[in-house]
Write a protein that binds this ligand. Structure first.
Ligand code: 2RA
Length: 340
């Protein structure tokens, strides 16, 4: 016996990946409903070897459905998540709407699986921001061993994090660079993204940080440990899929780079590719479609007593969004609903 599962936002990049990953991981599905907004109504989407036709999100009755994976943005989530939750359907939400709500668990299953038991306060579980998810998978085993005091992270985030428009803008702008008569000015991004990098993701806050940078701070504290100090600089780069992060860590106890590498090799969800030679590290193009959080360039930071540097890469549509949501669904089934 399996679960009755709903995918809300099934025609978007993340929604389609959720369907792909549910099928790839053979999640025990008895019945599945794929929902979309009126403008995408009737669109067909793939689920394994099946083709499903999207239904109207606005008219859908969530009663009798076990869980709903939401990938519809904060505004639509605000309207439909409470409706689903009230009908007894547990919502696993990829938007940022509920991430900072004390009554909603924010979960990365490799890091804080025990938080699943707090789902029933609102019948909603939050999925973290893509740039947070991959980083905390790498931080957690090192924190357990040597207690992390401070993290300084610079991100190199692909355009797919901003949706289909971002992908299209990079593609069209790159082509237009070679065809000057076909000028493609910046629309989705504030400046040219082709052959350029933009140190601005989401909106600016009064502190001077962007909201993307604030999210990494707030979410790392909620998921791993509120005592960890985090500072982030989030940058958009001309890569289609795959977020990369340069992470500097200061720990309470000294942690040798070789021991850190061994710890990461044994940690759940991590693949260490770390050789001090040409190509001995991971780049975004190699992570696309993979489940793993890749870690490379593990080395001492000799400027402080207990410091480490590392390079972290992961498919932002998978571990950064759809995979983590499906892993939460697996955890919910295993620990709470217990069917299947
Ligand atoms: C981005 N993390 O990369 C944000 C939202 N996915 O645009």
């Amino acid at each position: 016996m399996g679960y009755r599962v709903v995918i809300a936002g099934a025609t978007g990049n993340v929604g389609r990946e959720m369907l792909n990953i549910l099928a790839e991981r053979q999640f025990p599905v008895d019945e599945i409903a794929v929902l979309a907004s009126r403008r995408s109504l009737g669109t067909e989407v793939s689920f394994g070897d099946k083709t499903l036709t999207t239904q109207d999100l606005d008219a859908f009755d969530f009663t009798g459905w076990d869980m709903a994976l939401f990938a519809i943005g904060s505004d639509a989530t605000k309207k439909y998540a409470p409706k689903a939750a009230a009908a007894g359907c547990v919502v696993i939400d990829n938007s940022s709407l509920y991430r900072y709500d004390a009554d909603v668990p924010l979960i990365v299953p490799e890091v804080n699986p025990q938080a699943i038991h707090g789902y029933d306060k609102k019948n909603i579980i939050a999925n973290p921001n893509c740039s947070t998810a991959q980083m905390v998978v790498a931080l957690k085993p090192l924190h357990d061993r040597a207690r992390i005091k401070r993290v300084v992270v610079s991100t190199y985030q692909s355009v797919s994090g901003s949706g289909k428009e971002g992908i299209d803008e990079l593609w069209d702008q790159t082509k237009s660079i070679y065809n000057p008569t076909d000028d493609k000015p910046a629309k989705k991004f504030t400046k040219q993204i082709a052959f350029n990098v933009i140190p601005h993701i989401d909106v600016f806050m009064d502190s001077g940080d962007t909201k993307e940078e604030w999210k990494m701070v707030a979410e790392t504290k909620k998921i791993v440990d509120p005592s960890i100090k985090v500072t982030a600089t989030c940058v958009r780069v001309p890569v289609f899929v795959g977020h990369s992060e340069a992470v500097n860590i200061e720990t309470e106890d000294f942690l040798d780079e070789d021991e850190a590498r061994d710890i990461l090799r044994e940690a759940p969800g991590i693949m260490v590719i770390d050789k001090r030679e040409d190509g001995g590290y991971v780049t975004p193009v190699e992570c696309v479609g993979d489940f793993a959080t890749f870690v490379s360039r593990i080395r001492q930071d000799s400027t402080i007593d207990n410091g480490l540097n590392l390079w972290c890469v992961s498919d932002n549509l998978r571990k950064g969004a759809a995979l983590n949501a499906v892993q939460i669904a697996e955890l919910l089934g295993r620990e709470v609903l217990k069917k299947g």
